[in-house]
Structures are given as structure tokens and as C-alpha cells.
Write a protein that binds this ligand. Structure first.
Ligand code: 3PG
Length: 369
């Protein structure tokens, strides 16, 4: 059973909290969505020790330091953040102990250490020694079995943060009792994850609208020449069964630029818009073109607007690129829910048990040793 922060007693939140956040984004929205939890904790907790990762460094790499994130958080919260640029735990503990009530700390990028990557119990225990309880407010990394996401809950009483609770509530709504028709819109450059969702949800979903690499991968399996377009080129035999799914809608023509398909065509967008307008539940992950270039963002923008216009539908979007794009055009506010997760949202919707969520369920009630 997951213990939610929202339902915790003031008494149980009195001590030092180890708060797992996700600073792994160029944009600030993921961090901003954690602010209510930080403010909530400031009311009850004695001190807050924040931990996070950034990027996928191997060993210490200045480029992935969280020093700038500490400054950024300081600005948002208008409170001092004490940053630890090292992992000398005894020293860290002493500084925490000597600091006044209400102090906030941030440790350096945990992925500089192998123990984080390996979900190492000894490392998790060290982290746990910095606090009295743990809060996970990092849905976006819950699909990783990392020490500060998974093993940590073996040592500290653990809670799901306010935004993590929202994620579970909203994404479960899509999984369990979606209003029909349910339409899932998938683009982007990573075909494998997206096709995983299609397979898992094939009997639940009315329409899969595919663009980007997932669509290109199916075209390739069908023997259509997509030239150098982004696609999953391994194991076409594994992809072929998808061609028989009656609920997959593919682009009807292509916008090539040079040797690559770089956007959805107006005709395709028209077909997709029609399905979108009939849907009562819509999930979107992944753009339909190379949106970094203005001239190839048209298809994605039209799809985004069409989803935003369907006010009867429960609409969810996730994935860094998709969300940043929606925010750029102010369309995010018109969605019912914006997920902070990219891969995590896809894994959750694919029906996989996320290690971070499993860890909260498993040990949510255990006391620190
Ligand atoms: C994300 O941004 O999706 C999460 O922080 C996870 O990052 P990762 O894919 O490097 O584990």
C-alpha cells in the first residue's frame, strides 16, 4: 500500500526528510510541479535533504552538476539552499545537524556514483542515514531501479509526494476506466517504447494515431521506402504483426525533406483531427515532426490544437519534448493533465510495474532502522 504525503499526520512528518526530485530537464516545469510538495514539507519537516540525478554521467562530470539547479531552486523558493558538491557523508551529516530548523540541502548528482545506478543497498543505507523519512516526488524517474528511487525505501518510512499522487490518479484513470472512444497519439523518435504501449493496450484502445518513428517503423515493415527516416530497423518480423491491428491509423502520405520524413502532411493531420474530435479520452506522447525547426512543426501544432479543442475529452500529454512544445504555444493549460514523465509515463501506461512505485508499495509502512 502506498502512503501518500497528503494523508500523513503532522506528527509523522516532523523529522528530517530525504526528498527525491527530478532535475533532469532543460525546462523548469518539472521542478515547478514539485514546489507544492516542498512547501508542504516546509510546514512540517525539521529539515529537507533533496536528492536528484541529471543526465546519464559515468563518474563525476561537471556538465551534469546540480550546482546550477540549487541556484535555480533558491530563486523559485526564495530560500537559501545549501549545496553539497561532494559525497562525504559524515561531513554532510554534521552540516545538516548544525543547521537551523527549516534548512534545505541539495546533494550533488547521485548518478556520479555507481551505487545509485546499481540500486545498491549499502549506498541507499548511507543516503537513508541523512534523514528520518523519505518522499518520492520524481515520477519521471520511477521507471528506473536506482538506489534513491527503489532501494532507499528499505531503510526509511516512505511517502509518495503530492504530484506523484496526481500522476498515479490521472494515469490510472486512463488505464482503468477510460471514457470511450480512447485515442492514443504517439510520435517522436523512439519507436520501441511506443510500440510497446500499442501492444499492451491493443484491446483497450479505439484508435492509435501514429506518426514519427513508430509510424515509420510500420511503413518499413510493410516494405515502404522511408529512405533515411528515423525508424526501428531491427527485427521487422516482430513489427509485422502490428500491421494487422485494425485500430492503428497511419499517416496517409509523407512530408519528405531530403531523404527524411520530417513532418505530418495536411491530409494526414485532417484524418487524425477527425478521430481526435470524436475521442472522450486522449493520451499524447511524442511530436509528429522535427519541431526544433519551425518549418516542420506544423503537423504537431495542428494535432496539439485539435486535442486542446476537444473539451469533452479527458486529455493527457507527457514527454519532455511534447510538453515543452505545448507550453510554447500555451496549449498545455487546455489539457486535463500534463504528466511530468516521459519514459515513466509510457512504461506506466504499458502496464509495467515501475520500480519506484513498487518500492513505495512494498515498504511504504516500514520504519527506519
Ligand atoms: C527523464 O527525464 O525521463 C528521467 O529523468 C529519467 O531519465 P533517464 O532516462 O536518464 O533515466
Amino acid at each position: 500500500m502506498i502512503h501518500f504525503l497528503r494523508g500523513a499526520s503532522a506528527e509523522s512528518l516532523k523529522g528530517r526528510v530525504l526528498l527525491r526530485l527530478d532535475f533532469n530537464t532543460e525546462d523548469e516545469w518539472r521542478l515547478k510541479s514539485a514546489l507544492p510538495t516542498i512547501r508542504f514539507l516546509l510546514r512540517y519537516a525539521e529539515k529537507i535533504v533533496i536528492v536528484s540525478h541529471k543526465g546519464r554521467p559515468i563518474g563525476f562530470d561537471k556538465k551534469f552538476s546540480l550546482r546550477a539547479s540549487a541556484k535555480f531552486l533558491e530563486k523559485l523558493l526564495k530560500r537559501k539552499i545549501i549545496f553539497f558538491p561532494h559525497f562525504r557523508f559524515e561531513k554532510i551529516k554534521k552540516t545538516i545537524a548544525a543547521s537551523p530548523r527549516g534548512s534545505i540541502f541539495l546533494l550533488e548528482n547521485l548518478r556520479f556514483l555507481k551505487g545509485e545506478w546499481k540500486n545498491d543497498l549499502k549506498f541507499a543505507k548511507k543516503l537513508a542515514s541523512l534523514a528520518d523519512y523519505y518522499v518520492n516526488e520524481a515520477f519521471a524517474v520511477c521507471h528506473r531501479a536506482n538506489a534513491s528511487v527503489s532501494a532507499i525505501t528499505r531503510f526509511l518510512k516512505s511517502y509518495a509526494g503530492l504530484e506523484l499522487e496526481n500522476e498515479l490518479k490521472n494515469l490510472s484513470k486512463v488505464m482503468k476506466n477510460p471514457q470511450k472512444p480512447l485515442t492514443i497519439v504517439l510520435g517522436g523518435a523512439k519507436a520501441e517504447d511506443r510500440l510497446g504501449i500499442v501492444k499492451f493496450l491493443k484491446n483497450k484502445v479505439d484508435w492509435f494515431l501514429l506518426g514519427g518513428a513508430p509510424a515509420n517503423t510500420l511503413f518499413l515493415a510493410e516494405g515502404i521506402d522511408i529512405k533515411d527516416s528515423v525508424a526501428l530497423r531491427r527485427h521487422p518480423e516482430k513489427v509485422r504483426p502490428f500491421l494487422k491491428y485494425p485500430n492503428i491509423v497511419l499517416p496517409i502520405d509523407f512530408v519528405f525533406s531530403g531523404r527524411k520524413i520530417l513532418d505530418a502532411s495536411p491530409k494526414t493531420v485532417q484524418v487524425f483531427k477527425e478521430k481526435i474530435s470524436q475521442a472522450k479520452t486522449i493520451v499524447w506522447n511524442g511530436p509528429f515532426g522535427v519541431i526544433e525547426k519551425k518549418r516542420f512543426e506544423k503537423g504537431t501544432l495542428e494535432i496539439g490544437k485539435a486535442i486542446a479543442r476537444n473539451r469533452r475529452a479527458f486529455s493527457v500529454a507527457g514527454g519532455g519534448e511534447t510538453v515543452m512544445f505545448l507550453k510554447k504555444y500555451g496549449l498545455d493549460k487546455k489539457f486535463s493533465f500534463i504528466s511530468t514523465g516521459g519514459g515513466a509515463m509510457l512504461d506506466f501506461l504499458s502496464g509495467r510495474k515501475l520500480p519506484g512505485i513498487a518500492a513505495l508499495e512494498r515498504r511504504g509502512g516500514k520504519k527506519s532502522k
